[in-house]
Write a protein that binds this ligand. Sequence first.
Ligand code: FE
Length: 178
Amino acid sequence: MKYLSLLLVLLACNAVQQPTQEQKRAQVSSGSAALSDTIVPAQYKDGHLVRIDKTDAEWKAQLTEMEYYVLREKGTERAFTGDLWNNHEKGTFVCAGCGLPLFSSETKFESGTGWPSFYQPIKPEFIADAEDHSYGMQRDEVLCARCGGHQGHVFNDGPKPTGLRYCINSVSLDFVKQ
Ligand code: FE
């Protein structure tokens, strides 16, 4: 009986409804969603970027299942499946979790990888990095410095002028057309 009630509690916790991409876009256009597809400028307090901290339940309520998987669980979308790797429009790529402007179309390049790739972020302080030793590789993980959302990885085989390749998941970004 004790195990049955524990199971029911666990099931209830997992039953948080997550919006689909279409529902989220509808919420955003009606103004009921906090953000997405809009630039939410950085704010500073005592010279430090003001961070956003949310609970897993709050992220689940805000993000689509795929966004939650990539941003909060450090997942990776399959190459060539995202909606931004082949985007050639002018504009700004913002964090899909918090709207911080992370990358500009000016620094996007054709990497041939199937993921949107950039040679530098809009501001170095908007990106946080962490070492990632998963899958037996040593890679530098790229995170949004404001909400901690996983974006992708950075490699040192990029083009000039930085020589860096920020390999980012489409699903971690929203695009704001110029
Ligand atoms: Fe963010």
